[in-house]
Design a protein around this ligand. Structure first.
Ligand code: HEC
Length: 154
């Protein structure tokens, strides 16, 4: 969350630096973010989507492999764009909790790699991150509750 804000402010400063034609060193020396830049950041976040509680969990634990936009890495990390694993709630909870290894097919592509378990996350964190994936990256699926994660854990 904090990183996103910093990132957005950075993007905003670069944008304004480019538009105003000021030398970039002048911009860098300004410690205070201007009102204009704040507004630009807010608009940028409003333009994407309202922060989902699962986003922070995703950014910390899943993004490194599945990428910020859920597109994965060809031949290594499968995408989290709509596919049969995400569509199947139980299957998705199982993968998030216990990880996944061996040959699998996702949207016609074969992967044979290893995803580590994430059972050290709380039921709430797992429910949040699964729900986040199921409602982003082109997915529009029902949220998962912490009770459903707790039941799958046993
Ligand atoms: C270290 C890299 C890594 C991390 C971190 C990781 N995954 Fe994966 N994930 C994989 C790999 C690799 C596979 C495919 C495993 C195989 O080949 O059998 C996979 C498969 C999946 C699948 C099923 C296939 C698909 O593309 O839909 C889902 C769903 C998934 N991961 C979700 C998550 C979520 C949610 C998180 C964070 C809680 C996460 N992954 C974290 C590497 C990772």
């Amino acid at each position: 969350m904090k990183q996103t804000t910093i990132y957005l402010s950075l993007v905003a400063s670069l944008f304004f630096a480019a538009c105003s034609g000021n030398s970039s060193s002048e911009q860098e020396n300004k410690p205070i973010v201007s009102q204009k830049q704040m507004e630009a950041s807010e608009q940028a976040s409003a333009g994407s989507q309202v922060a989902h509680p699962g986003k922070a969990v995703y950014d910390k634990y899943c993004l490194v492999c599945h990428q910020a936009d859920g597109s994965g890495v060809p031949g290594m990390y499968p995408p989290l764009t709509p596919n049969e694993w995400i569509a199947d709630k139980d299957k998705m909870i199982h993968v998030a909790l216990n990880g996944q290894s061996g040959e699998i097919e996702v949207n016609g592509e074969t992967y044979n790699n290893l995803m580590p378990p994430h059972d050290y996350l709380s039921d709430q964190e797992l429910a949040d991150v699964i729900s986040y994936v199921r409602s982003n990256f082109g997915n529009d699926l029902e949220a998962v509750t912490k009770e459903e994660v707790a039941a799958a854990r046993k």
